[in-house]
Design a protein around this ligand. Sequence first.
Ligand SMILES: *Cc1c(COP(=O)(O)O)cnc(C)c1O
Ligand SMILES: [Zn+2]
Length: 554
Amino acid sequence: MTSNIIVECLDCGAQATFSAAQPGCPNCGSMWREARYDYAEIGGYLINRIKNRPFDIWRFRELLPVSSPNLDISMGEGGTPLIKARNLGMMLGCPHLYIKDERQSPTASFKDRQAAITIAALKEAGIDEFVIASTGNVAISYSAYAARASIKLWAFLTSLVPAAKMREVAIYGSQVIKITGSYDQAKQVAAEFAKHRGLNIDMGARTITCIESMKTIAFEIAEQLAGLQGPGATTPWRAPDWYIQSVSGGMGPIGVLKGFEELHKMGLVDRVPRIAAIQAEGCAPMVNAWKQNNDTASPVISPHTLIATLATGNPGRTYSVLRQKMLAASGGVMESVTDTEAFRAMHYLAKMEGLSVEPAAAVAFAGLVKLVRAGEIRPDETVIINCTGHTMPIERNILGEGWSKDITLPSEMESSSEEGLLAALTKVSIDRFPRIAIVDDNPDVRRLIRRILQSQGNYALFEAENGRDAITLARTERPNLMILDLMMPEMDGFSVISELKKDPDTAEIPVIVITAKELTPAEKERLRGHIQTLMQKGDFMNDELLDEVRALLG
Ligand SMILES: *Cc1c(COP(=O)(O)O)cnc(C)c1O
Ligand SMILES: [Zn+2]
């Protein structure tokens, strides 16, 4: 039992002390309860007291339902980095975009927060056997922490979970029960089993420790953002304008909202962010209800998504709780994306930001793109996106064909023959690749275009930072294509084009013009007939640039 916390029933208002062994309201039996703390008191000393603590979830122990951190169980959960998404931000025209990288958790998903705190609380309550139902990651996290705490875990998994994830659960020594059916059915079977055996079961948003654990994401973001964005705020810590997460059961956003509400009550931040909850289109009961302005969600009986992690078809009352919290704060949106959009997001995240994420995490990024395009998220806003989990191994659906170059060496060739090896390597040699010149005075734009091209095709790339160099480059390197900025000091893009056209050696080089500003009719007229394509800067998120490049190179 911990003394810093009171649990209040959402149905009858009764208040009780907290113990992980007693999940329901002692007065009415309701499972829907919320933890409360003495915010005035804790707010008074929090920042000062935590100064010298390690940056992990236990840093915020005064606001958690565990009386003391259990160092025997802890694996350094929480305290994940907040990374500036520079390339993605440029591509979208959103300079204040940050990724909360939850892949860097002990079992590579944000469920570790939930497992670490729930297992520690169970241990404090003297419980040594526990039941969970999962779409994969909850089972992996709980299994790892249960192993350290010597708690026997029964993991009920839907058969939709990729086999690699199921094996990961099993290796930690949990009892895996595979239910051939939907996740909602697996949950029902698990609940029956727990009831029958008299065991405690994880109930997601109804389990106090789960919601409380997710608050730490908000606490960390507020502290990190204050550090990253520097002074200028009126409060010690800083809340973003948006928190974006891919959503299945909805526990994450409820906990994160509660975390920001608490920070706000304690005067540590000046606002509660808007939430963007993103679901997979083939299983989006919350999005459907949200868009119809309904307070209850109709279940999706048979989810149609390859992304098993997000296959909660029936969110139940969690949806209403989340919706009410969102409306009570600054609002927000619920949106869905297709599996294809999510898989595409996996590619650009890996290729542009160096992050290999699992499909479920990519759903949030695909949602971000959609919301920016729709004008819902504005360029000046600070956006945090939760990168909820790592992918390992790369699931088969993601890569498609042609992702490797195979080199077969002639059998008679001696392995030590350098010439033979070099001959075989001409297949991947650079002089056979189409040659592209990138001309822009802004080095960041050149770098971005270079990255977009090199990550998705084989090109020999050349760069020039001004018009003069571009002409020289065109004469010496004879590119097959030029990507040209219009607005450059001294010699601008218009002049580069006329110079190129004067010289028969360079007159035929196709040109794609990329411009940051709307062109006047007169400017458009100057370009007519001299260039192949005109593109707008700050919208590199669609495949237009690559498609044009491929088309022009034939
Ligand atoms: C669980 C999970 C989600 C969905 O989280 P909820 O807040 O429970 O809806 C998203 N991404 C990953 C990787 C997850 O494991
Ligand atoms: Zn009650």
